[in-house]
Design a protein around this ligand. Sequence first.
Ligand code: COA
Length: 270
Amino acid sequence: MTFHSRAHPDYQTLVFLEVEQGIYQLSINRPNVLNALNLTCLEEINTCLDLIEQDSEIRILLITGMGEKSFVAGADITYMAQLDAHQAQAFSDYGNQTFSRLSQLKIPVIALVNGYALGGGCELALSCDFILAAETASFAQPEINLGILPGFGGSQKLARKIGLNQALELIMTGRSISSDEALHLGLINHQYPADELAQEGLELARRLIHKSPYALAAIKQLIHDGLNLPLNHALSLESQTFALTFAGQDRQVAMQAFLNKSQASFKPSR
Ligand code: COA
């Protein structure tokens, strides 16, 4: 593994590495507080997103937490304890903007949930395109136990992902669920033994890196945008986006490769 050439080596709360060509990993690195997210952490995630958005050589992003115990155990309660309502709104806005930027990246983003994904940790995972979890992982939106509610998107994204009934129950009780239950509810894509999670994440990344970057970005945006539209509008958006893929180069490369019985190879695009 190598540090990304343009990454800031002085990140206080993150590690950003190139795992192999085109595949990068961002690890939240505050293991002493189970990778809880403070303001510095959100700022550094934004700096990292700046790099990713500008560098078309970054094709796939993996996100995980340092250490074996925790992905992210939520927003930093020590930091939140001193906020007034006005500051809390700014913190929530900033967290929501950060996680929206992450969701809107044009490349596939894979969460590797290696332990606790609580509060902001569950919301971070919900902002990724795929959630792979260790069998030892657990998920919760426990904000109710602090007299607050999810502030980085959980109140909206969890219901969209697993449905109203389950989201209401999880957010109103703060109940922690196992990786098994998260799989059953459709919160995560796959579950693996803890010591196989990193390798499985890499395998998924290697499969995705051979797909058309243009089509991957278009699919991601279309599905997200379409979810917020009436079906007839969403279907017209699908037709428009389908047409756009025909205007791009990747589909010529891919269709020609099929006809030639060869392997398509795509150039990075952004
Ligand atoms: N914010 C700030 N610090 C946190 C934190 C958070 N969200 N989650 C854990 N920590 C800190 C603990 O205070 C502790 O610090 P200390 O060693 O200085 O006492 C350290 O991380 C280890 O946590 P600890 O509670 O000792 O570990 P545990 O294995 O006994 O329990 C949890 C793990 C995750 C169950 C427990 O830490 C917890 O409930 N954390 C809060 C989760 C939460 O409510 N998140 C949502 C916030 S909106």
